[in-house]
Write a protein that binds this ligand. Structure first.
Ligand code: HEM
Length: 412
């Protein structure tokens, strides 16, 4: 598999992940399975069994159930991995602060500290900076002239620059920051290299944390360093939190921008309506999140007690995968779910998850997508694909679905 070895193992069996050349809608096999019932026993790519949850109501039940653990070591069956790799997963230093994979009450402490920094005020104050970042990328694209690949020029750099803004990375260090993050996301990276890259990124973040300790600025990382003297975080915790924000917020938003643009271009009626009513972009973004369901492998959990779900008996220790795609296309929940309808009333889709781990960066991601799509359509009139749609390289084997590249043209 193209994705970095261990994670690719979480993938669904072939009949549930073959998209059959259709770049947007979930695999037919997955949707058909969803019609048969809400919870199913399937075998993952790595050969391990997993309960696949396809029903919307059952998906929400799993994600809000305290008996469902988020410890990724269980979901990844790390006991089966080579010693050297497993040791990294078990290293308390490497785990500290990495709250995406923690359960309450360990998770609660970090989540609270972070929520105190993801304030409405800070997100608002980032809006003009996001506009500046988007504008600068588009200026460069326009200067270059068509055709341009939007992935390296727009989809990847915008969220990377926004996160460096959020964390307060110095301008002088942004090129290094971008190179490091881009390398982390390459498809062909062997696990060992990936871990080494992770170590270098941690060094970069540790250095950043030390500087914020010495000279605080008005950014989230400084806020975390100095904001809670009664419950201080260690340098390593802070560096790992910074890494988590980068990893959770970069590739996700980038693929929504890339794949979202592709979906808009392939639905010209919807695109025309959005061009005519740019004020409806917020609703359009929610529908794109639902329809594209980029966390296409799903959200992993592990049961810590025997329980019943959707008519199935799940045993303590069993792995569970919540299929975001299937839940977002549950016909009991959405009219005509297989249609991209940018005017669809905002519904509670599961693209940002649900429950205590629900995406911490969702407001920021919305700001990036709203400004990103608005400015892209405004600045590039007549935007169109510069290749056949079938030639757009899609990220079938990656943990996060999207496009590897998107060659476009416009009326220059
Ligand atoms: C959690 C999706 C953007 C930071 C999550 C989860 C999902 C998700 C599904 C839940 C994972 C779980 O329950 O195990 C997305 C999507 C995004 C996006 C689709 C873009 C469109 C961002 C951004 C940031 C961010 C921009 C930060 C700058 C986080 C963090 C968590 C998280 C820190 C862990 C929260 C916790 O465990 O309490 N995201 N995300 N995400 N996301 Fe996002």
């Amino acid at each position: 598999p193209a994705d970095n070895g261990i994670l690719a193992g979480l993938g669904l069996p072939d009949d549930l992940r073959e998209r059959g050349g259709e770049p947007f809608a979930p695999p037919r096999g997955l949707l058909d399975l969803g019609h048969d019932g809400p919870v199913h026993r399937v075998v993952r790519q790595d050969g391990n069994p997993v309960w696949l949850v396809t029903g919307h109501a059952e998906a929400r039940a799993v994600l809000s159930d305290p008996r469902m653990s988020s410890d990724r070591r269980k979901a990844l069956n790390t006991q089966d991995l080579p010693e050297e790799v497993r040791a990294r997963f078990d290293d308390p230093e490497a785990r500290a602060g990495n709250f995406l994979g923690m359960d309450a009450p360990e998770h609660t402490r970090y989540r609270k500290l972070l929520t105190g920094q993801f304030t409405v005020r800070r997100m608002r104050s980032l809006e003009p900076r996001v506009t500046e970042i988007v504008t600068k990328q588009l200026d460069e694209i326009i200067a270059q002239g068509p055709p341009v690949d939007l992935v390296p020029t727009f989809a990847l750099p915008v969220p990377s620059l926004v996160i460096s803004e959020l964390l307060g990375v110095d301008y002088a260090d942004r090129a290094e920051f971008q190179q490091r993050t881009a390398r982390m996301l390459r498809t062909d990276t062997p696990v060992k290299t990936l871990l080494d890259e992770g170590d270098k990124l941690t060094e970069f973040m540790l250095d950043l944390v030390r500087r914020k300790r010495a000279e605080p600025t008005d950014d989230l990382l400084s806020g975390l360093v100095h904001g809670s003297p009664e419950d201080p975080l260690t340098d390593r915790e802070l560096a790992n939190i910074a890494n988590l924000l980068l990893i959770a917020g970069h590739e996700t938003t980038a693929n929504m921008l890339g794949l979202g643009t592709f979906a808009l271009l392939e639905n010209p009626d919807q695109l025309a309506a959005l061009r005519d009513h740019p004020e409806s972009v917020g609703t359009a973004v929610e529908e794109l999140l639902r329809f594209l369901s980029i966390i296409h492998f799903g959200i992993p959990r592990t049961a810590t007690a025997d329980l019943e779900l959707g008519g199935q008996r799940i045993a303590a220790g069993d792995n569970v995968m919540v299929s975001v795609q299937a839940a977002n296309f549950d016909g009991a929940h959405y009219d005509n779910p297989e249609k991209l309808d940018l005017s669809r009333a905002r519904g509670p889709h599961l693209s940002f998850g649900h429950g205590i781990h629900q995406c911490l960066g969702q407001q920021l991601a919305r700001v990036e997508m709203t400004i990103g799509f608005t400015e892209l359509l405004r600045r590039l009139p007549g935007l169109r694909l510069a290749t056949a749609p079938s030639e757009v390289p899609v990220r079938t084997d990656m943990l996060i679905y999207g496009v590897h590249g998107l060659q476009v043209s416009w009326d220059a």
